[in-house]
Design a protein around this ligand. Structure first.
Ligand SMILES: Nc1ncnc2c1ncn2[C@@H]1O[C@H](COP(=O)(O)OP(=O)(O)OP(=O)(O)O)[C@@H](O)[C@H]1O
Ligand SMILES: [Mg+2]
Length: 479
């Protein structure tokens, strides 16, 4: 029932573009699809289909393979190369199962239909594709809505600089353009590369990351390009490299600034013709990989010093994505804290609920040289120490708890709190007692919180309360 209603909804708004050079076939298919409630348009070959894409914006393509000018395969390749994903049904000659399966596998067609077309089969397939494309559209809409609320993939950030990054990522992800992610350590370069992958049509393919700084020069080429058995001492078996492993997906070249110059030259060649030769190998393997590079070193400096090739820089830096340091987007700290508290509760099976205003204020003043990674570590520690309830200043690392920082944070938090009225004639002891009682009233008897506000240890607070209890008892039972 649910599926049926989804199909009804889908059909009403699904646009099918029928591409076939035979006019009778084309018009017959269009008439059939229209009679089932689909919106249709036709094109006589791939070329015309491409021209109609933006005006008609089809959700489904139904295409013949053999056509003049641009044939079916060329059309699908053109779409993929331009980052356009439209589920495609391919029409094949009867008995040509092999070509049909090849097209599905190689070009990612949705399915095939053998000629002569059986209306029942066509209708079923169209409805299925339509329902699926609606689900994808809904998921994309939901993803977009979320990203406006400060989440994109695993990235959190509602500040202006992060929203600009998100907008850029949403634009580039569907394409195959080379992206260079830059930013200080811990700003989220790897998460950004993953977001690009998951938001792209390659999301179903592999995501492979290689850290160019962590590998000795001798190993990096074998890791990148693979090797044949016996290519070098220790190459006991033939091994595919990262490029081959990332075929159909995304390859992150992390810390690209640390790649040796000789390897840079080989990488450039692979990027230029999408072919990889394994070390010790003769033949070349064609690969389809989207490359994202990341670095925390300004590559312009490395180029000046002669440690990074300028031509490779231009090849990788088609679209730069600079990530802001955390101190440049302090408004994101509360949002990041709550996302990280949730993560850490899950990881350590804790029940921290939130973070006190005083603790948050200390975090907001910090300079964060280690960026979000440093914040993540601070929150991880705090969640474990807090166990449950609110994260307090005392749960932060000692370096955060300088007396001045604590006083400033508490003062900021206390602004606008109820005051205690103390007429002249009040003794120091009475004043202290009134202040303690008023603070406890304010914290609804939360003694940890009260001690924090009062700037005394919990132990001192307990001792004072005990002494009041004792003096009350004395008052009631004199002698
Ligand atoms: N915007 C963000 N939202 C949520 N978590 C983030 C964000 N940015 C970074 N992180 C977290 O910070 C840590 C570091 O992120 P990541 O590894 O992507 O940084 P990086 O820039 O690649 O760092 P490095 O230069 O040290 O390799 C990870 O634990 C990641 O989950
Ligand atoms: Mg990294």
């Amino acid at each position: 029932m649910v599926l049926w209603s989804l199909q009804m909804e889908s059909r009403a708004t699904t646009r099918v573009l029928i591409v076939d050079d035979e006019e009778t076939q084309r018009t017959a298919l269009a008439a059939m699809a229209a009679s089932w409630g689909f919106l249709t348009d036709t094109a006589q070959d791939g070329q015309e289909a491409v021209e109609k894409l933006s005006a008609f914006s089809p959700n489904v393509l139904l295409t013949d393979l053999m056509m003049p000018r641009m044939d079916g395969k060329a059309l699908m390749k053109h779409l993929t190369a331009n980052g356009i994903t439209i589920p495609t049904l391919v029409l094949t000659a009867f008995g040509n199962l092999e070509t049909a399966l090849e097209t599905i596998h190689e070009l990612g067609a949705y399915w095939f239909l053998e000629k002569p077309i059986q209306p029942r089969e066509l209708r079923l397939l169209l409805e299925r594709v339509a329902a699926q494309s609606k689900l994808v559209e809904r998921a994309e809409r939901a993803e977009r809505a979320l990203s406006y609320q400060g989440v994109l993939g695993e990235l959190t950030g509602a500040s202006k600089p992060m929203q600009q990054v998100f907008a850029l990522l949403r634009q580039v992800a569907p394409t195959k353009v080379a992206v260079l992610v830059t930013g200080e350590s811990g700003t989220g370069k790897e998460l950004t590369a993953r977001a690009i992958h998951t938001l792209s049509p390659r999301a179903g393919g592999p995501f492979v990351a290689i850290n160019c700084a962590a590998l000795p020069e001798t190993l990096i080429e074998s890791e990148l390009f693979g090797h044949e058995k016996g290519a070098f001492t220790g190459a006991l078996e033939r091994r595919a490299g990262c490029f081959e492993m990332a075929h159909g997906g995304t390859l992150l070249l992390d810390e690209i600034g640390d790649m040796p110059l000789a390897t840079q030259a080989k990488l450039l060649r692979v990027l230029e013709d999408s072919r990889v030769r394994r070390l010790g190998g003769r033949g070349e393997v064609q690969v389809d990989v989207r490359v994202v590079a990341a670095t925390n070193k300004p590559l312009e400096d490395s180029i000046r010093k002669g440690t990074f090739r300028e031509d490779l820089f231009y090849r990788l830096n088609v679209l730069p994505v600079p990530l802001p340091a955390l101190r440049e987007r302090r408004d994101d700290i509360p949002l990041l804290c709550s996302a990280l508290i949730n993560d850490m509760n899950r990881k350590h099976d804790c029940k921290a609920t939130d973070i006190s205003a005083a603790a948050l204020s200390l975090l907001s003043q910090h300079n964060w040289p280690g960026n979000v990674r440093e914040l993540r570590n601070v929150i991880e520690r705090a969640v474990i120490l807090a166990g449950e309830g609110t994260i307090q200043v005392t749960h932060l690392p000692p370096s955060f708890q300088t007396p001045e920082a604590k006083a400033a944070a508490v003062a900021q938090e206390n602004a606008g709190l109820p005051a205690v009225h103390l007429p002249v004639g009040t003794t120091i002891d009475q004043a202290e007692r009134s202040l303690i009682e008023a603070t406890l009233l304010h914290t609804r008897n939360n003694k940890t919180r009260a001690a924090e506000i009062l700037g005394i240890s919990l132990k001192t607070l307990f001792n004072k309360l005990k002494s009041y209890g004792a003096s009350d008892a004395e008052d009631q039972h004199p002698g």
